[in-house]
Ligand binder design. Sequence first.
Ligand SMILES: [Zn+2]
Length: 344
Amino acid sequence: MIKTFRYRIKDSTNGAKLDEMARAVNFVWNFCNETQEHALRWNLRWPTYQDLCKLTAGSGKELGLHSQTVQAACEQYAIRRQQFKKRRLRWRGRRSPGWIPFKASGVKVDGDAVRYLGQGFRFWNSRELPGAIKSGSFGQDARKRWYVNFAVDCPEDQPTTGTKHIGIDLGLKTLATCSDGTKIEAPRWYRNRQKRLAEFQRKRKPRKVRNLHAKIANRRRDFLHKESARLVNECELIVVGDVSSAKLTKTNMAKSVNDAGWSMFRNLLEYKAIARKVVYREVSERFTTQTCSCCGAIGGPKGRNGLEVREWVCGECGAVLDRDVNAALNILRLGHQSLLAEVR
Ligand SMILES: [Zn+2]
């Protein structure tokens, strides 16, 4: 299994050298884009990865790059053009975060330094690599900080020892409510920092805006990683509602939807579940808030308008239901149903 490990490059290291190489990579990238434009203009065959490699062969030395880096840039160009079904890609310029791809044989890791083309770049060695490096890159974040990423061939994860079956209702008030009654609170960093962000924007301080955005993104990712890892550790079945943030982003709920990061949470849950042999399903969340999880009667609060209703009493069986826990229980039931249907 290939996993990526990211390490922050120390500020004391030779960052200027990385900036210089990143400019050279941009040059290669833009050359690919020019070649593509030329082909478009004259109605020629689009250059393939092999074509681009041939055209750039031998340029590494002049550009101060490893030949593998030049090739990797060409490869990424060809891949992304296909992936995004684009006729041409965006130019890479001074504003693009720096990016220098490499192959395993092009670098050597020695303690807390990675050697590339005879240069040593020191990084914060926060955790040991669990396997052999396959490939990697130097990359910059929005704050223009340098990182080194290693794609590592890791041993398979141990299957989970968890036994819980859990349905998860993704929400606005709380990020997620589990069918066992536990709630995962959505941290409101983004909202809390809105004021500061607006102030920076008003005062036209783009760097501060960028820094704040990067900080928020880092913390959110960290939080979602931890929560999804915990759930996968405890469960053997996870069922999630298919609520789409795309629909809600159009309404005034957009802020808190973005805050919660549903889709990222679902993606993390899914890939961690697969890696640890946890059964993961997504089910339609239609009627999950209105249906009583005790007797199945439909009588609960309707749609998003009923959002302020946190608790309700079922008219049929008299059960007192927490809106979100009830929905999570229904989601779990739907998950069980779909699993049974798969067996038949
Ligand atoms: Zn009922």
